[in-house]
Design a binder for this molecule. Structure first.
Ligand SMILES: C[S@@+](CC[C@H](N)C(=O)[O-])C[C@H]1O[C@@H](n2cnc3c(N)ncnc32)[C@H](O)[C@@H]1O
Length: 189
């Protein structure tokens, strides 16, 4: 498992509208997000997906977006603010060993982990932390860049997810990605 964090300036590239040609953020999040939900997005970068998540949760929902780089959080807040969505989003700084989600235990309806798990120091710890805040039956959409994360590495991530009580229920197609839809099995907390 590699854990080199992508440089902050890449946040601008990743948030570019041109990326929609490969990955349409509306089509990717729409099947899973409803009004009023609490959504978690670890590693949002500058918010290519966060803005859509915030739109889809509506005025009664909220998004918790946690990144380890202050530049990413600053860029994310600027974009959310410009779109009038900052008030629906709780932006947080992660530390190197934790996403800092203790207040969210069992409260998250949906989580999105896009191109982030391979940058984590431990995918096992990552999935355990995320599973702990998900409601039983909640979904996590996991996607990794196919160029960086090969089949074996992705399967190893899915095994770490399974060890945390996150069962693979689908393998959705997402451009240039390895992707899986994971469900928190009801007996785990
Ligand atoms: C390749 S970028 C993907 C950004 C966004 N998910 C997207 O698809 O546009 C990975 C992001 O994960 C963040 N990240 C890396 N390690 C992290 C950690 N330990 N905790 C929280 N965020 C982290 C990086 O700062 C970066 O913003």
């Amino acid at each position: 498992m590699g854990h080199r964090v992508c440089p902050w300036w890449l946040g601008y590239v990743l948030a570019s509208p041109l990326r929609r040609l490969l990955q349409d953020p509306v089509a990717i999040v729409k099947p899973y997000v409803r009004e009023g939900m609490t959504v978690l997005e670890p590693g949002p970068g500058m918010g290519f997906f966060t803005l859509e998540l915030a739109r889809h949760v509506g005025p009664s929902g909220h998004v918790v977006a946690v990144d380890i780089q202050p530049h990413m959080i600053a860029g994310l807040k600027r974009r959310l603010s410009k779109a009038g969505l900052l008030h629906r989003t709780d932006t947080r700084m992660a530390s190197s060993d934790s996403l800092g989600l203790q207040d969210l235990q069992g409260k998250v309806d949906f989580a999105l982990a896009m191109a982030v798990v391979h940058e984590m120091p431990s995918s096992r710890r990552f999935f355990a932390e995320v599973a702990a805040v998900m409601k039983p039956g909640a979904m996590l959409l996991l996607a990794e860049p196919a160029g960086h994360v090969k089949n074996d590495a992705f399967e190893a991530e899915l095994q770490d997810a399974a060890a945390a009580g996150l069962e693979t229920i689908d393998r959705p197609a997402i451009g240039r990605s390895q992707a899986a839809l994971l469900k928190k099995i009801a007996s785990q907390t």
